[in-house]
Design a protein around this ligand. Structure first.
Ligand code: FAD
Length: 294
């Protein structure tokens, strides 16, 4: 189930995000998002903050979000919470130019190094996979593993990519894949994606030295990761979205599994919130129930 209670607006700060949406988005400003990380930490859950924004075709907004991440990293360190960041390539300039993306990512990674904060790179659609992998490889080597990359089980190429990643420092987050990709390069059937996800996990637990992020809400995949950990002893963590199976997040953390919540925040919350509602009828039902006050 999605969170069983409506999240109250506990922050003293004015929250412009209506109750309902604030189950999935932490707030509009970084201070409110960091308050949410602090609340997660009290349950033993770490935070992965994502400033909402993507596909900028001009450089100024890409640079502005890059600066926002740099400031956020300093704020996370000053707040002394267990939290890191996750950035989207198209948010920091990939659609403007590969050089812009690389320059901005380097600034964010440098801030991460300066303040001891991990930097995740989200994976977007298949047209961005190569450049994102290359950027990750560069920073994984350059920071000796203080960066992470997301890979998508729905893409047929990912098994080969993961073989390349096995030799690199850093972490890899495994997800099923959120983008509607062409059938010649992607598994379209849910069962095939699930099978590919299991194969990737099995390979990673067998071949990686650690640094496996299980980015899934699927109880079957979480259980499978626990079985693989028991078999191979490889370290891993579970990552889930804010507002999704939060009871499970707390239970995993209480059981000693490193658990992180991916926490979106920022002014561009509306489209993210509607995506969450569209994705599962339970989410829409939950929102409706909140509106009618049951
Ligand atoms: P699904 O196959 O969607 O669902 C399987 C089962 O999980 C369901 O039957 C149900 O039991 C449970 N479940 C799933 N959703 C819910 C829910 N809302 N409420 C209750 N139970 C639920 N995708 C990318 O392409 N790039 C990224 O960079 C990226 N980063 C991500 C980061 C994190 C931390 C997470 C969790 C996901 C990320 N994704 C990313 C999205 C991902 O690709 C999937 O689209 C998404 O996680 C849904 O797949 P799933 O594995 O959770 O399970």
């Amino acid at each position: 189930m999605v969170g069983s209670v409506l999240r109250p607006n506990t922050s003293d700060r004015e929250c412009m995000i209506p109750p309902i949406a604030n189950n999935f988005v932490a707030g509009e400003d970084p201070a409110t998002a960091i308050d949410h990380v602090r609340a997660c930490n009290r349950d033993g859950v770490g935070g992965i903050l994502n400033l909402l924004g993507e596909h900028y075709s001009e450089r100024p907004p890409a640079d502005a979000d890059t600066q926002a991440y740099i400031d956020l990293i300093a704020d996370l360190a000053a707040a002394d919470v267990s939290g890191c960041v996750s950035v989207k390539p198209s948010q920091i300039g990939l659609d403007v130019g590969v050089d812009v993306f690389e320059e901005n990512l380097a600034s964010i990674v440098e801030a991460g190094q300066q303040h001891g904060r991990f930097v995740w790179i989200d994976m977007e659609d298949h047209t961005t996979t190569d450049v994102t992998l290359d950027a990750f490889e560069n920073h994984a080597r350059g920071t000796d593993g203080d960066v992470g990359l997301c890979v998508q089980a729905n893409l047929k190429r990912t098994r080969e990519d993961v073989e390349r990643l096995a030799d690199l420092p850093g972490k890899v987050r495994f997800v099923k894949g959120a983008y509607d990709e062409p059938a010649d390069i992607a598994h379209k059937d849910k069962a095939a994606v699930d099978a590919a996800y299991r194969e990737l996990l099995e390979f990673a637990f067998r071949e990686f030295d650690g640094g496996i992020g299980v980015g899934s809400h699927d109880p079957a995949m979480i259980d499978y990761a626990a079985d693989l950990h028991a078999e191979y002893g490889t370290d891993y963590e579970v990552q889930m979205l804010m507002g999704v199976r939060e009871d499970a997040q707390r239970d995993l953390a209480a059981d000693g599994v490193p658990t992180y919540q991916y926490i979106p925040y920022g002014g561009k919350w509306m489209s993210y919130f509607y995506r969450r509602l569209r994705e599962r009828k339970e989410n829409a039902f939950f929102a409706l129930r909140a509106i009618v006050g049951q």
